[in-house]
Design a protein. Structure first.
Length: 620
């Protein structure tokens, strides 16, 4: 057997460079490089290996968590066909990546995490940043990655790479099982040399399978669709990941079945497609939520039925409603008592479409769909042009960005009040034009996620819709965007705190307690003093961004033009009128209210809550 004597870290990098994926006859290198931060736990191992592989890009980030977000944004915008590996030192560098790991796994997006780990040889323990346990020496902070990873291993001996790496790749390239993969790398083992088989470093192409549906399940789904009077499709992220938009469009045109979209599935169809009825669930449109309420059949495609999609299990009120789920993951396919069609979305849609031959929804149902869609589009037009005197309303800002952006541009966001507003109002023009991280809804994903999305396709302009709260949590990857020459446009909406959680708090009878950015008031002892003054523009400029302050809607419109012409990351700061928000449309979200309280407001909210919960259903 031919071998090569190299260190474990060198072997790992050599291996990553040779991994490819194939789908529909197209081949891509799977890893675009490594993101991370060096410390004593990886500099001599992975750091040294990267230095001698200059053809495998290393990107220095500002925080390990946001490094993982960047990799995840890249993977999402690449429909899971590419990703980055992320390296960290031991201890805090490693645990910084746990939030990123959870986000990737929840969103079923592949990222490879390589946290440094404590010495395997142990004689020098406890080393800097090592957590100790009196009951075992076989534990460390990297064990915290286990529940948030789809595959986890610790490489105590260099030869373990030979069996661990193919498993890591199997999970990373699996359409049903992918998520974060963590290989914890003890810092001493990273530097140990071993005679690795040469074959480990030859090119390997992983086939991303398009799983075919089982005949019996497909036939049962066909029968169910044929007998339904008011069917509704719920398009989830799986449609985009499978690149099934065209197949879905043809299926919807042929059958006339309306398509509602989850946060991850938004943009599966273009907004002006005749069958597209927009967002569903807690942040849904009136059109989609009315159709969902009465549907006798829900066809879930690539969705995991989060509480936002099911409006906390109140979205589907027809007593006879039944479900058909098409999903690559058996786990999701079986949800809500559905007929499970375990298959790739595109393949399943094509086969279902031909099996249904000329079946179509009734003319009466088609008229209901068309009417609801027309009314909804009029509502969006109105919300885009409120002509609010003074500061613009958030819906007007969304409208202005939409009007300024082009056919293939991307709108990206994750947490705050805007994901709800954007889910309802954004008019997605092309697949992946709406990039919302709403599995983990993680404040701080936005800027690094956008850098990842831009790196995945530099020909698309990426607009980040960002709250002031989120900006303050993690603005620092702006520095990385400047370092890498990766331009994004950030629209920073300043409403002096948490509009989202503030209005949630008010709806729970808690008067917005602790949700606005105010100084401690000496008189009350509470955070209800002077409004805190943060100069966001100066802050973003100090990190290297081009910045613009917009006072009015017209200012914003010209700022967006200026931003487009820039080749550097641009931050537009705009204050909104917090009094004007977009309301819900026949929707509900279960956030449990205190059962007993000294506050009359909370007691009233609990009364409303008890009433609303009566609509929650089991779908068995
Ligand atoms: C890391 C993280 N911490 C806390 C939350 C809970 N949370 C959701 S939205 C939000 C407020 C966001 O404020 P901002 O970015 O200003 O947006 P706004 O609500 O004002 O639109 C908070 C605290 C979260 N989603 N992520
Ligand atoms: Mg805010």
């Amino acid at each position: 057997m031919k071998t090569r004597r190299i260190t474990m870290a060198q072997a790992l990098i050599q291996f990553l460079k040779q991994q490819y994926v194939e789908r529909d006859g197209r081949e891509h290198a799977f890893f675009a490089g490594v993101l991370g931060i060096f410390g004593h736990g990886n500099v001599a191992g992975i750091g040294q290996a990267l230095q001698q592989n200059p053809d495998f890009p290393y990107i220095l980030v500002r925080n390990e968590q946001s490094g993982v977000h960047m990799a995840t944004g890249f993977a999402k915008a690449s429909n899971r066909l590419r990703t980055f590996a992320c390296t960290s030192s031991i201890g805090p560098g490693a645990t910084n990546m746990i939030t990123g790991a959870a986000l990737a796994t929840i969103n079923r997006l592949p990222v490879l995490l390589l946290p440094g780990d404590i010495f395997a040889r142990r004689n020098v323990a406890p080393v800097l940043q090592q957590i100790e346990s009196p009951s075992t020496q076989d534990i460390g902070v990297n064990d915290c990655f286990k529940p948030v990873s789809r595959y986890w291993d610790r490489i105590y001996r260099p030869e373990q790479l030979i069996t661990s790496l193919p498993e890591a790749m199997r999970v990373l390239t699996s359409p049903s099982d992918c998520g974060a993969v963590t290989l914890a790398l003890p810092q001493d083992v990273q530097t140990e040399a071993y005679e690795y088989p040469e074959e480990l470093f030859s090119k390997r192409v992983w086939l991303i399978r398009r799983v075919e549906p089982d005949r019996v399940s497909l036939n049962r789904a066909v029968e169910r669709i044929r007998s339904a009077q008011r069917p509704l499709i719920v398009a989830g992220g799986g449609v985009l990941m499978s690149e099934a938009s065209q197949a879905l469009s043809e299926f919807a045109i042929k059958t006339g079945i309306p398509v509602a979209e989850t946060q991850a599935g938004k943009g599966s169809l273009a907004w002006d497609h005749a069958q597209e009825v927009g967002a569903i669930g807690a942040t849904g449109t009136l059109a989609a939520n009315r159709l969902a309420n009465d549907a006798d059949l829900v066809i879930g495609i690539g969705t995991r039925y989060s509480d936002f999609t099911s409006a906390s299990m109140t979205a589907f009120q027809n007593p006879d409603v039944r479900f058909v789920n098409m999903n690559t993951a058996e786990f999701d396919a079986y949800k809500v008592g559905a007929i499970p069609v375990v298959a790739d979305a595109r393949v399943a849609l094509e086969q279902l479409g031909s099996a249904l031959s000329s079946h179509r929804v009734s003319a009466e149902y088609a008229a209901v769909i068309a009417d609801l869609k027309t009314k909804w589009e009029a509502e969006v037009d109105q919300l885009f042009h409120l002509k609010n005197p003074g500061k613009p309303a958030q819906s007007e800002i969304i409208g202005a960005i939409w009007e300024a952006s082009g056919e293939r541009d991307v709108l990206l966001s994750a947490a705050g009040s805007h994901p709800g507003d954007l889910h309802k109002l954004w008019r997605t023009r092309s697949p992946n034009g709406y990039h919302m991280e709403y599995g983990y809804s993680c404040m701080g994903y936005e800027i690094p996620g956008a850098i990842g999305a831009k790196m995945a396709d530099p020909s698309r302009e990426v607009y980040v819709f960002l709250g002031d709260g989120t900006y303050l949590m993690m603005p620092t990857e702006i520095v990385t965007s400047v370092q890498e020459g990766v331009k994004i446009i950030i629209v920073l909406v300043d409403n002096h705190g948490f509009a989202s959680i503030g209005s949630l708090s008010r709806s729970l009878g808690q008067a917005g307690f602790g949700t606005s950015y105010r100084a401690r008031n000496a008189k009350t002892g509470q955070l209800d003093g002077e409004s805190l003054k943060v100069d966001f523009e100066a802050n973003a400029r100090s990190l290297g961004a081009h910045t613009i302050k917009a006072e009015t809607l017209d200012d914003l419109k010209s700022a967006l033009k200026e931003a487009k012409a820039q080749d550097r990351t641009t931050v537009i700061v705009v204050e909104t009128d917090p009094a004007i928000s977009v309301h819900g449309y026949d929707s509900w979200w279960d956030v449990a209210v205190a059962e007993v309280s000294e506050s009359a407001g909370v007691r009233e909210a609990r009364g409303r809550y008890d009433e609303a919960r009566k609509r929650e259903r089991h779908h068995l």
